[in-house]
Design a protein around this ligand. Sequence first.
Ligand code: ADP
Length: 306
Amino acid sequence: MIRARGISKRFGDTTAVDDLSFGVERGEIFGIVGPDGAGKSTLLRMIAGILPPDSGSIEVDGVDVASDPFAIKENLAYMPQRFGLYEDLTVEENIHFFGRVFGVSRAEIRKREKGLYEFSRLAPFRERLAGKLSGGMKQKLGLACCLVHRPGLILLDEPTNGVDPVSRREFWKILYGLLSEGVTIVVSTAYLDEAERCNRVALMYEGRFVLTGTPGEIKASMGGSLVEIRPSDVWKAEAALAESGEFGTVIREGTALRFFVPDARRADARIRAVLSRKGIRAGTAMVKTPSLENCFMEIISGGGGR
Ligand code: ADP
């Protein structure tokens, strides 16, 4: 559905997107995950044909975005972080407005809106002004407005940013529903738990994809093992492990510390040695399945499993 070759975008001295090449398959949900400033929005805007890349090319469904931006727009929906809902129009009026903007006839909008209300559960709020909706409902309305023209590809820029956890889960259910209808979805997020729900994920950092694959492939590609310990003093232990420089990035989760080691069996003795020097008991080191967050933190801090 998408084929990008060597695309770059600079703003002054900042390289927002740095020589990226990748593909997105038809019918998959592809997640772009990374911290603020990684280049996610810039990349999505380029795929949407809103921002021309400085170099490289992007094809959407076989059509070159730069040479025919209008052709791709018929088959594509782009929901930016601040989607331009009209707050002084009702839910229904917004859907009709965006439908008309995309050239859908009034009769056709009437036919389609029932389905849009159903999946977004916005039916009871048809008459409500968009400005009076909660954050989560606004995002669902934004998505509904993007879908009136039945695009084959939707690009969502951090759609659940600032949305409460229950609404986030609901929003993801909607995305899965769209997938089952054959829509291709590219979604950016700063939430690593959301990345776990994608078919494939690109971990983006400083304009590059530092890792791409299914969540399972990414975890398997990490060299070494992730170990977890529950030391007698978690704060002191965290500092001591970091100071030793022998281990991967240490992540604290409650009373546990997790970090990558090259060889879990040999690491046990090293962990005990480092901690006992500071009078800390290490407890038993357990080997854990890494989360994407563990992998990402390890990669961007220069590890990679060690
Ligand atoms: P993300 O969506 O991952 O937060 P962005 O694509 O918004 O990242 O930004 C990537 C980098 O490009 C940041 O350093 C940002 O400040 C810069 N940037 C983005 N858009 C512009 C712009 N229009 N003008 C100048 N700098 C920009």
